[in-house]
Design a protein around this ligand. Structure first.
Ligand code: HEC
Ligand code: HEC
Length: 287
């Protein structure tokens, strides 16, 4: 009997130590972020800039996740996994400094210095200072809406995936990003397309646009865009209708709610960049 008690006691202690280590290590990942780099932005007040801020907010999806009136929503709630909450931005837009808003949007660092999760800052880091200022200026015009939401909660399953490195916080994803291939000076057209692709498509098509296959969530490598003429691609971006008149579910939704706000010259820059990328992939593949 004694020996059983001993095993139970030490076994229990071992499990407790493991649990504490597991919680401690995952908590470290979920709370550690670099200090934000200070950025000074000047907010515009003219009507044209506010309109452009609205267009950029729609293209970027702020009004999708944070909802049309920015009151936020519970994005996902599954006790063993996690509860992910998209916060109500309406108070924050009035009370936070422009610097704090910039750090959240482009650097993935929350107002309390926490690394943000799910917020697509790895895409928004490609927004220029001017674009970011226009987005903030537009979102500040939205009235305050009362909508109390619970805090994020990370259950054992999501903590495990953070420890395994399958889930990453926004600042970690940003630190891992590869530098841009094209610069505005050397290749202005492709630079524009690259910035748009990395700024709008990576959220679903993967950090390098190579597509994802995670169980029930599949997106193709964007070299598939090479199958589209500019006209067909423009039709997809504007209406969400793919080649052969196919409806694509989530892709169709985001095309309608976000990409239909792209200007025509932006669509052609995006298309040109994706064609070039597809050719490069073919060359690299045949080497
Ligand atoms: C895919 C959904 C999604 C989209 C799109 C999105 N957000 Fe977020 N955002 C979130 C989530 C989730 C959080 C909270 C993250 C956390 O608490 O870890 C967040 C947090 C924020 C915060 C920081 C709040 C804080 O507590 O520090 C700001 C500011 C913000 N978002 C602004 C924006 C703006 C501006 C855009 C568009 C350019 C945008 N978001 C687009 C999901 C999204
Ligand atoms: C919110 C998620 C999401 C975003 C953001 C997104 N896509 Fe998609 N996309 C999808 C999904 C999901 C599919 C696969 C749809 C299917 O096959 O059912 C897809 C498929 C496609 C296809 C293949 C169409 C075909 O012929 O089958 C193209 C091309 C495409 N996306 C282009 C883009 C471009 C360009 C961007 C950025 C401007 C982008 N997507 C951003 C989710 C997204």
């Amino acid at each position: 009997m004694k020996i059983f008690k001993k095993i139970l006691k030490w076994g229990g202690l071992g499990i407790l130590v493991l649990v504490v280590a597991f919680l401690g290590a995952s908590e470290y990942i979920l709370t550690s972020a670099p200090d934000p780099s200070p950025v000074t932005l000047t907010l515009p007040t003219d009507e044209a800039s506010l309109l452009e801020g609205e267009r950029l907010s729609r293209m970027s999806g702020c009004t999708g996740c944070h909802t049309e009136d920015l009151a936020g929503q519970i994005f996902f709630d599954e006790p063993v996994f996690a509860r992910l909450v998209v916060p109500n931005l309406t108070h924050f837009m009035k009370t936070q400094t422009v610097e704090a808003l910039e750090a959240a949007i482009r650097q993935g660092i929350g107002f309390d210095g926490r690394p943000l999760v799910l917020m697509p800052s790895p895409m928004y880091r490609y927004l220029t200072d001017e674009e970011t200022a226009k987005i903030i200026a537009f979102l500040k015009t939205k009235p305050v809406v009362e909508n109390d939401l619970p805090d994020n909660f990370f259950g054992p399953m999501s903590r495990f995936l953070f420890l395994k490195g399958e889930f990453k916080t926004a600042p970690t994803l940003i630190a891992e990003q590869t530098p841009l291939r094209f610069s505005a000076a050397s290749a202005p057209k492709w630079a524009r397309g690259e910035k748009l692709a990395l700024g709008m498509c990576t959220e679903c098509h993967g950090q390098n646009l190579e597509g994802t296959d995670e169980g029930d969530f599949y997106t193709p490598d964007l070299s598939i865009a090479a199958a589209y003429t500019l006209e067909e691609f423009s039709h997809l971006m504007n209406t969400g209708e793919a080649l052969g008149g196919r409806e694509l579910g989530l892709m169709t939704e985001v095309a309608k709610s976000r990409f239909s706000y792209l200007f025509e010259d932006e669509v052609s820059a995006l298309h040109a960049y994706l064609l070039d990328r597809a050719e490069r992939e073919m060359e690299e593949g045949s080497e």
